[in-house]
Design a protein around this ligand. Structure first.
Ligand code: DWN
Length: 418
């Protein structure tokens, strides 16, 4: 039996690729021991020991999957979760579009069951419910599952697995639509998940995944989207390899703008039909040479340069009279702040719309988080846009303060004052 992982204290270190099992893995980026990106601290936790875990990124020479091998137990990361979909208005709009896209392009009936893996507060499912379909959420974070249930979304408070799929089938039958948005990259045991999908999905059903796209991460140097929740950084090539193992096939792919550039992937049981888009994405990946390690060593050098430039810019701006704050207490923002060692000496505070995060402190650098009202009441001179993935919406929303002289700083791909 090949050893696939070693226990190392409070985390597991995989010794083989999570898609193809190869041990030919090269580490190309190390962001240093880091705290959990969504572990926002209460004031009474600030002086307590804060666990840090390796944050190293590897390239599989066989199936080209880019991945983390150091795995923090999901129960630790998702037991009490800080991220809630409805705190970001642009996400609600995005999910309304996703629901329409799926129902317009795939066969559903009034009786169709829609299952959402990692359903968070039920925002996405509510759009399917409004179209008259049966809905079921699966959400491991109990605090979030409770919010979904209060909103009338039937939610199973568990991690999805093959056993979970069997129980769902017994009670609700097959699912015509299974969704996994911003969760497929969070899963270590993809085989177990796909056994579950294969069991639960109806014969003609569709499995819809949304994940950040590796090409966008590399092109825009989006290294801050690397944190312990995100175990895989997907391109299409390894995913084709994975689905084939389960008699499934990618039938269509769409590029979507959210989270710095993501892909929406439609997967069905083996069928002859396949959109031209699939080969287009594969040739884009071939042209980008993401099957060779040299691209990733180049990326690592670019990451170091972003850090150097951003720290230099902020330190040049910061003096006793200048006030700089952060906008959006994002998980990615915590990778950026911890890797660049940007703390309360630079950012007075971070504003955020999530009630759960307000009054807490960021993991690692311990920057205080306040409601947006504070930003509006006492506008700073500069604000570091940690929620850069919503730049258009936020710059529009804060137009009035920009006219009053507040300057937004975009951290990447090249730090710049807007
Ligand atoms: O996969 C994940 C992505 C999808 O969401 C999870 N691992 C965790 C989370 O990552 P993130 O926190 O980097 O995601 P967001 O969506 O960039 O977080 C936005 C944050 O910014 C939220 O805390 C809400 C806040 N926000 C705000 O304060 N004002 C957002 C908007 C649009 C605003 O106007």
């Amino acid at each position: 039996m090949v050893e696939t992982s070693q226990a190392r204290g409070n985390f597991i270190h995989r010794t083989c690729c999570r898609i193809c099992g190869s041990t030919k893995l090269d580490k190309f980026l190390s962001l240093g021991p880091s705290p959990l990106a969504n572990n926002f601290l209460r004031v009474d936790q600030l002086n307590k020991k804060e666990l840090h875990y390796p944050l190293d990124v590897y390239f599989c020479n066989k199936c080209h999957l880019v991945q983390l091998l150091d795995i923090v137990p999901p129960e630790v990361m998702f037991k009490d979760y800080a991220y809630i979909t409805s705190a970001s208005k642009p996400m609600e709009l995005h999910f309304a579009g996703l629901a329409k896209d799926v129902v317009n392009n795939f066969k559903v009936s009034k009786d169709s069951l829609v299952v959402d893996i990692g359903s968070n507060d039920g925002t996405l499912l509510q759009y399917f419910s409004k179209m008259g379909l049966r809905i079921l959420g699966i959400e491991p974070a109990s605090n979030i599952a409770q919010i979904a249930r209060k909103r009338g979304v039937t939610t199973i408070n568990k991690f999805f697995s093959k056993d979970c799929a069997i129980k769902i089938y017994k009670k609700y039958g097959f699912a015509d639509i299974i969704l996994a948005t911003n969760v497929f990259a969070h899963l270590d045991n993809l085989e177990n998940i796909l056994y579950g999908i294969d069991y639960l999905l109806s014969k003609d059903g569709v499995f819809v995944i949304e994940v950040p796209y590796l090409i966008n991460l590399l092109d825009n140097i989006e290294f801050d989207t690397i944190y312990h929740e995100h175990l895989s950084y997907f391109s299409i090539y390894p995913l084709i390899y994975l689905f084939q193992k389960f008699g499934m096939k990618i039938v269509d792919i769409k590029q979507i703008p959210i989270h710095g550039g993501s892909i929406r992937i439609f997967v069905k049981r083996l069928t002859k039909k396949q959109s031209q888009n699939v080969s287009k994405f594969l040739s884009t990946e071939q042209n980008a040479e993401i099957d060779s390690l040299k691209i990733y060593t180049k990326f690592a050098k670019k990451v170091a340069l972003v850090k150097e430039r951003l720290v230099k810019l902020l330190k040049t701006l910061k003096n006793e009279k200048i006030r700089i704050t952060g906008y959006g207490a994002t998980a990615k923002g915590n990778t950026l702040l911890n890797y660049c060692k940007i703390g309360p000496d630079i950012l007075d505070y971070i504003s955020d719309t999530t009630p759960y995060k307000q009054g807490r402190y960021t993991p690692g650098m311990h920057i205080p988080i306040f409601p947006e009202e504070k930003f509006h009441r006492e506008p700073p001179n500069y604000v570091l846009l940690l929620a850069w993935n919503y730049a258009d919406e936020i710059l529009q929303k804060e137009q009035k303060y920009r006219q009053k002289g507040v300057k937004f700083i975009l951290p990447l791909p090249v730090p710049k004052i807007l």
